[in-house]
Design a binder for this molecule. Structure first.
Ligand code: MN
Length: 256
């Protein structure tokens, strides 16, 4: 019998630089064949992340300015901008209107609008976007500042309504799904209705746990198992779908 090659795994949102064993985690992604988007929260983290991942086949680094840090770090937008020509992936960026960050929402919107305009101007970028309690505002800004097909968006840990999901789908967004989302009945119901071809997986590690320990990129296997159950397909088929979706996302972009 011919050996069956397992499809590679996908962790499209992981804070690889927040793990104590950053370099070892990159090696683990290679060993386990997990295509991992290493998002950053500040542009100051960019160079070190790039250095460590420079020889990696599976880890790509995204240039970020996290909405939860905008209140203290808006001045780093200049550095973010300077580095953008080197970056193909952008994240973590977006808006957070939760109780702890609501006060900076107007400033977050200004920063995110600048980020979107700059991505649109350069073209060919792929963004991992945070939208906690702010899906409408995120999509409003996307509509206002991005020309369709010049930039690809992946909504990370999406917790909006069905109507908001519909709107995001019409704007071409993908969704990266993590285990915590699938623990909630409401979000499971939502995930069940998203188009299969727009699904990706993520851990958002180290901010999520699996069996009581901090999640690592290889743990997207359990997300695939839960997604397969929600969608009533075999885990192997779901793994193949996710790998294919990543390929399509990367191919579909219009390079400038
Ligand atoms: Mn995150």
């Amino acid at each position: 019998m011919a050996a069956v090659t397992q499809p590679p795994l996908v962790d499209f949102h992981c804070h690889v630089d927040l793990y104590e064993d950053h370099a070892a985690l990159i090696a683990e992604c290679e060993r386990l064949r997990v295509y991992t988007l290493a998002v950053t929260t500040t542009p100051k983290a960019w160079r070190r992340n790039r250095e460590l991942a420079v020889h990696s086949k599976f880890v790509r680094v995204a240039l970020g300015l996290h909405p939860q840090l905008v209140a203290e770090r808006a001045a780093e937008l200049a550095l973010w901008r300077e580095l953008l020509t080197e970056a193909h992936y952008v994240g973590e960026v977006g808006l957070d209107a939760g109780p702890r960050f609501f006060r900076s929402l107007e400033q977050q919107k200004e920063v995110f609008a600048t980020i979107l305009r700059e991505c649109d101007r350069q073209g060919g970028k792929i963004l991992s976007v945070h939208s906690v309690r702010a899906v409408k505002a995120v999509l409003d800004l996307v509509e206002a500042h991005l020309r369709p097909d010049r930039t690809r968006l992946v909504l990370h840990w999406f917790t909006g309504t069905q109507a908001e999901a519909r709107r995001a789908i019409d704007l071409g967004c993908y969704f990266s799904i993590n285990a915590a989302m699938l623990d909630s009945d409401r979000h499971r119901t939502l995930v069940a209705t998203l188009p299969t071809e727009r699904l990706l997986t993520e851990t958002d590690g180290p901010f999520t746990k699996v069996e009581g320990r901090i999640a690592r990129p290889g743990d997207v296997r359990s997300v695939i198992a839960s997604l397969a159950a929600v969608r009533a397909v075999q885990p192997e088929a779901m793994a193949q779908t996710i790998a294919r979706n990543l390929r399509n996302l990367l191919l579909a972009e219009d390079r400038p």
